[in-house]
Design a protein around this ligand. Sequence first.
Ligand SMILES: Nc1ncnc2c1ncn2[C@@H]1O[C@H](COP(=O)(O)OP(=O)(O)O)[C@@H](O)[C@H]1O
Ligand SMILES: [Mg+2]
Ligand SMILES: [Zn+2]
Length: 274
Amino acid sequence: MSTDQAKKKILSIVPEASHGSQAPEAATSRESQSAEGDPVCPLCFGTGMHVEPGKGARRCRCRNQDRRAILLAAARIPRRYGHCSIHNFENAGEEPSKYFALGEADRLIKEYPVEGRTEGVGILFMGPVGVGKTHLAVAILRELIQLYGIAGLFYQSGALLKEIQDSYNSISQSSELGVLAPVFEAEVLVLDELGASKPTDWVRDTLLQIINTRYNDKKLTIFTTNYLDERASEKKETLEDRVGVRLRSRLYEMCKTVQIEGADYRKKLARQAR
Ligand SMILES: Nc1ncnc2c1ncn2[C@@H]1O[C@H](COP(=O)(O)OP(=O)(O)O)[C@@H](O)[C@H]1O
Ligand SMILES: [Mg+2]
Ligand SMILES: [Zn+2]
């Protein structure tokens, strides 16, 4: 299907769309699978529920841990970034923008549950390659899943667009929703490398629609991009050139822009390895 045809397709979502392991309740079905002889939880004796005197039945702590592990596995964090945490983000103090960015990541994680403060307001990490944008975005995603047990998702924006476009070509009608439902519904989404795809009208419209849907639902989105707002030179494109003026202005509303400067950490790692 050409991008023009694809453009005419309307992105929509049905509320009952199932999203497999994304569903938080997936954890409850795990109990029956545990092999005989596994250590039995002393709180719930393997039932998953325990009674708190005066309060009633509660989901047991052991199930919450199970559930978080499932949510984390469902978040599609690339293995390369599996280690990323705010605790192993070095900022040596010599690079103020990294120090500031880490502080912003930390603040967002801590404030997440405070009604009306971080609700829907994410971060746009902006800066050159290798300064740790994806590292911090993944760190936030992981931490929010682990701390609050919410559903989260990582996507490279180019990979997401490709999956959507591929779904138009497939025989199955539901596959487009299969791709989009988790993206719309995740409590926190990392959209990595915004602006990396060739900016066709379809790309801009599709991104705008995804981001608008999440914005309207007050869902938190964390973005990274290698493009800046200022034109570094005549030839260099800005983020606005890449994603369009409407999307850039929407991003202003729904994100705090955090620019990271400094050395490419990958080069530092390579030097250390020598
Ligand atoms: N300040 C840092 N402390 C620890 N590791 C870092 C730091 N900055 C980057 N890295 C690591 O360097 C690699 C490249 O960083 P990445 O987040 O992919 O950069 P970017 O997304 O800005 O291009 C990753 O493995 C990341 O974990
Ligand atoms: Mg990156
Ligand atoms: Zn238990």
